[in-house]
Design a protein around this ligand. Structure first.
Ligand code: ZN
Length: 390
């Protein structure tokens, strides 16, 4: 959790330490005739809650029609669910007014959320597989007992798939976060997770991870390039104009809109790319030396990219050291030293000077074979290390 930059919860309650609260809640439901004890078990009376099914969009009548007829004489309605279960000899159990037993699965969450968050709280999360019956039943218990709305907003996330197959131990395509972090950095993983809207299936693949890495690098590269620009000169004529300023303002607004729209992080990431694209375009046409106004604008733009990225827990590293560390890490996997690369680039520049294109290309290809990619620009030749194909 720490390595992924996930903040710790304030409380992590244990069900076994909150049995009393669960018993209280069950007793309240019995008092309201929304639950009944039957041979040591206690059941929730689904017919007593008018809105039963509202979260999952199901109707009680349909569910009853489709339900396998359970031979359970103890229940009034086959859809009634367990609040308290009598224990069999040898099973862990707690004393209760209905005899020794253990709480049902759903009541744990109703009791603990009430204790720590109150009767109504803002956001309830969970996987899509929990909507029914678990969350539906939590809601019926809590709203039934408290008479107040339960969660204001529900966030149900999609599943992780691997090459479009559901991740499962039996299929042998099971990956833990620890496994993934052997190969990728926590920030790369974070960027990948946010590249899909949380409701959709998140498909893990090497290609998707490479895309995430490329995307993250692109953002850091832009911010780093701006950080390395010299201070501007007042006398130089500015290349940026009111249109650029307006564009950046609009992109910022669109980013916030995307996040406000049910956390559309995929769209928000796309907007970060648009921002860096606009900043890169301006950097490409800077005067030498650049104008103070342009530098000011670019630095402000870079700050905004970082600030917005940090909403998703991204881009909080110093961009220059991020890229340097990354280069060192990648270079260590390659069969070439940095000084050899610089030497070959110098040789190539020499060849280019005397228009020996054949030799120039030869050196470029040689470096490429070793995973070193050259990029020529007005400022000279720079190089990057290709992410090794895995
Ligand atoms: Zn729960």
């Amino acid at each position: 959790m720490d390595s992924l930059g996930i903040e710790k919860p304030t409380v992590e309650p244990k069900a076994t330490e909150n049995i009393e609260e669960m018993i209280d809640l069950i007793a309240q439901l019995i008092d309201k005739d929304m639950a009944y004890a039957s041979q040591g078990d206690v059941y929730y009376r689904v017919n007593s809650f008018r809105d039963y099914g509202k979260l999952s969009g199901r109707r009680l009548e349909d569910m009853q029609a489709g339900a396998r007829i359970e031979v359970n004489e103890q229940k009034t309605n086959p859809m009634d669910f367990t609040l308290w279960k009598a224990s069999k000899p040898g099973e862990p159990s707690w004393p209760s007014p209905w005899g020794d037993g253990r709480p049902g699965w759903h009541i744990e969450c109703s009791a603990m959320s009430k204790k720590y968050l109150g009767e109504t709280f803002d956001i309830h999360g969970g996987g899509q597989d929990l909507i029914f019956p678990h969350h539906e039943n939590e809601l019926a218990q809590s709203e039934g007992a408290n008479g107040h709305p339960f969660a204001a907003t529900w966030i149900h996330h999609g599943f992780v798939t691997i090459k479009d197959e559901k991740m499962s131990k039996s299929l042998g395509n099971f990956l833990t976060i620890r496994d993934i972090l052997q190969q990728y950095s926590p920030e790369e993983l974070r960027f990948f997770v946010f590249s899909t809207h949380y409701r959709n299936p998140l498909d893990f693949s090497e290609t998707a991870m490479q895309d995430a890495i490329t995307g993250l690098d692109r953002l850091y590269t832009c911010v780093a390039a701006i950080a390395s620009l010299p201070d501007g000169k007042n006398s130089a004529s500015p290349q940026s104009n009111a249109g650029d300023r307006q564009k950046l303002k609009e992109l910022r607004a669109r980013f916030l809109q995307a996040m406000d729209n049910d956390f559309n992080t995929a769209q928000a990431q796309g907007i970060l790319f648009e921002m860096t694209k606009a900043l890169n375009a301006l950097m490409a046409k800077l005067a030498t030396p650049p104008s103070t106004e342009d530098i000011h604008f670019l630095r402000q733009g870079a700050e905004e990219v970082k600030e917005l990225g940090q909403i998703m827990g991204l881009l909080s590293k110093d961009p220059t050291s991020y890229l340097r560390d990354k280069k060192t890490r990648l270079l260590a996997q390659r069969d070439i030293a940095e000084e050899d690369i610089n030497k070959l680039i110098a040789d190539r520049n020499q060849a280019r000077k005397i228009k020996n294109w054949e030799k120039s290309d030869e050196i470029r290809d040689l470096l490429l074979q070793k995973g070193i990619v050259l990029k020529d620009s007005a400022q000279g030749t720079s190089w990057t290390v290709k992410q090794s194909a895995t």
